[in-house]
Design a protein around this ligand. Structure first.
Ligand code: UD1
Ligand code: MG
Length: 395
């Protein structure tokens, strides 16, 4: 308990330092050519980009400083030093640190999409090795209604490691593609992190308290540094967070999900990101053209955002694209106009879907609505995790 209080004090200091450092360093980023233009504003000022590297570094340093506090007892009595727990903590930090480095490389070099898939897989390897050595539990508990077919549990062996590697790839990229309006990357990560913290606090009384204490040790400094970044990234953004932040966040969530054994619950908190990913599949896999930016279109006359659109040339369409379009139209998930040669269709992101369904709105209102949806999804996740789970799993 004392270590958690000390961690909160450290995290408060980390918040203040992140806030101050971003203010001090942002011009250095512009001088180094690391800046972007806010595409949803009329003025075309240079906005420093990749400031997620600052919050990420402060987050990691806070975790490093916390090591002597968390493992203080073990350091006094080296005979009983908890080597397993220490290896877990170090592997978690190593994976996050790798992602920070790779994310920053992506921001500087603008890597291709295929590397965005490979990099998180490589960065999750230290984590998987520690999981193998410490737990190597690759068993899935089967929900009660399906037990007559599959039994109480199934051991999926090596496939479990593939699942965990893919979790890291999904978490990092899912946050990165629900992006493009001020405050949305940091806002959604903050809500997910807060949901994990609430879940940890509830579970601290249970028999998995060690795993949840581990999760809190990572999530508390993450929350504090993310809040420091959000202050500057909230509408109107004075800094952009870059892919660095999305990668660090995704890996942080994957790390706690895997090493604290609640990856399914973490996925429940990713409901909006899962919806956005599934909705994006036609464009991500190029069945429908995918422009470099899918963020909403800003109208200078009204100061409102509208759904952005892409053009499909009819003669380039294959059967698969036609069927997909018909299904999406039937489900009323797309808004399109067509002439003899082409179809103009909205870019398929959750952000554009909100604009289609609720009408054009200001950027800050759109961010708030999406974050509200993220919070509602977290509430649904808690309902699934607690009252509903008793119908599917033994208590
Ligand atoms: C992802 C999305 C892309 C979206 C972009 C916005 C996919 C496949 N990729 O690409 O559609 O347009 O994020 O971040 O879905 N920007 C703003 N306002 C903001 C945040 C960003 O205008 O609030 C613009 C700035 O010009 C900034 C750029 O987006 O420089 C950053 O884009 P980047 O993160 O490099 O895009 P991706 O992650 O590759
Ligand atoms: Mg990005």
């Amino acid at each position: 308990m004392l270590s958690l209080i000390l961690l909160m004090i450290l995290s408060l200091i980390a918040f203040l330092i992140t806030d101050e450092l971003i203010l001090k360093l942002k011009n250095l980023f512009i001088n180094a050519g690391l800046y972007g233009i806010d595409l949803c504003k009329t003025d075309k000022n240079k906005i420093p980009e990749a400031l997620g590297v600052v919050s990420g570094c402060v987050f990691l340093i806070t975790c490093f400083l916390f090591i002597p506090i968390a493992f203080g007892n073990g350091l006094m009595d080296t005979q009983h030093f908890p080597h397993n727990e220490f290896a877990e903590f170090l592997a978690a930090l190593l994976s996050i640190c790798c992602m920070l480095l790779l994310g920053f490389a992506d921001d500087v070099l603008d890597l291709r999409w295929r590397y965005k898939l490979v990099l998180p897989t490589v960065a999750s390897l230290p984590l998987l090795v520690v999981y193998y050595v410490n737990f190597n539990s690759t068993t899935f508990i089967i929900p009660i209604p399906f037990r007559s077919w599959f039994g109480v549990s199934v051991n999926i062996g090596f496939l479990y490691y593939i699942y965990m590697g893919m979790l890291a790839v999904f978490c990092t990229n899912a946050i990165n593609i629900l992006a493009g309006i001020n405050g949305i990357e940091v806002g959604q990560s903050f809500v997910i992190a807060l949901s994990i913290v609430v879940f940890d606090i509830i579970e601290l009384q249970g028999d998995q308290y060690k795993a949840h204490t581990f999760s809190l040790h990572i999530m508390i400094p993450y929350l504090a540094t993310t809040l420091g970044l959000l202050k500057h990234n909230w509408y109107p953004s004075r800094v952009f967070v870059g892919d660095t932040f999305c990668y660090v966040s995704g890996m942080t969530f994957a790390v706690v999900g895997i090493l604290s054994h609640f990856s399914k619950t973490v996925l429940l908190f990713f409901l909006p990101q899962i919806i956005n990913f599934i909705y994006s599949v036609p464009q991500l896999f190029h069945f429908i053209p995918c422009p470099r930016h899918r963020l909403p279109k800003f109208s200078a006359e009204t100061n409102l955002l509208h759904a952005s659109r892409s053009i499909i040339i009819k003669k380039d369409m294959n059967v698969f694209t036609k069927v997909m379009l018909q299904i999406l139209t039937l489900l009323r998930l797309v808004d399109f106009t067509e002439d003899n040669e082409s179809i103009t269709i909205n870019n398929m992101t959750l952000i554009n879907l909100f604009l289609i369904k609720l009408g054009p709105m200001s950027e800050v209102m759109l961010t708030k609505k999406i974050l509200l949806f993220q919070i509602l999804c977290s509430c649904v996740a808690f309902v699934i995790r607690y009252p509903l789970a008793t119908y599917f799993y033994d208590k």
